[in-house]
Design a protein around this ligand. Sequence first.
Ligand SMILES: [Zn+2]
Length: 328
Amino acid sequence: MSEIHKFLFDGLPVRGVLVRLTDDWREVLRRRSANTSQGAYPVPLQNLLGEMAAAALLMQSSIKFDGSLVLQVLGDGPVRLAVVEVQPDLGWRATATLHGLVPERATLSEMINVKGGGRCAITLDPKTRLPGQQPYQGVVPLQGEQDEELEKFSDVIQHYMLHSEQLDTTLVLAADDQQACGLLLQRLPVQGQDNLSGSSTHAIEDQMGHNEAYQRIAMLAESLKREELLTLDANTVLHRLFWQEKLLRFEPLQGDTGAHFSCTCSRQRVAKMILGLGAEEAQSVLRERPDIEVACDFCGAQYRFDAVDVAELFRQDLPMPPHNGTLQ
Ligand SMILES: [Zn+2]
């Protein structure tokens, strides 16, 4: 069963989350291997997608946000798109699109940043959006401060957090075909840092002291090896790293309240998509084949609409009055 462990460092403005995805991660991989037209992910992509899933769950469980968090990598190499979507209830899904072969031991840039055009995007889409409101999106390139190519996905997220959110973040990620795991540490803004008193000497000294504590804890976290993160249970990992610190642990999130595989596709959504194509386009597909078949890339579900279903869709659609009252 997948687990999410949240914790605070007593007296220090540092918080942490540790995530271990197990059965839900294996379910994502099983569905992909079962898809005969796509087949299993090449190992380097499998591991990247697992690290992305762990990172997305870490982020969604550490923010108070009532909407979906979508973590995307838009690549210019053989991996064109890798995407993980996490709902507020921690139901999540993931998929990736390939265009060409991924070398056996491909690095991150060999997969997604061959010509330096790769991007990582994080979208927060609120559940209830006001009219005209756009989802919030932040995008970062896959290069670091010195324009060097980032080869660890955790570095991409750290870079994003620092630039888009002004948050010191330390991230360790690891995935294989059995589990996807991650550890996140974040320095919380010191009280008053963002208001006028934040410029006083006292506040700056205060912040520097807290910075030291954060740096010490971040260094401990960075000593965590990939193998340890993948093979040790959460309690052992936290004890090994932080046995000298005083941790305040929260009740772990698991089972119904924790991370679980969940796809939001439905026949109704596919119907909407076909309506979006327009009657003419839909009819032209039906002249070529007996039905319109749409498969969900996330869960593999197949939705079929034959001529009768399609006629029914557009018949229902017809009496809709044209709406011209939309806001500009
Ligand atoms: Zn689906």
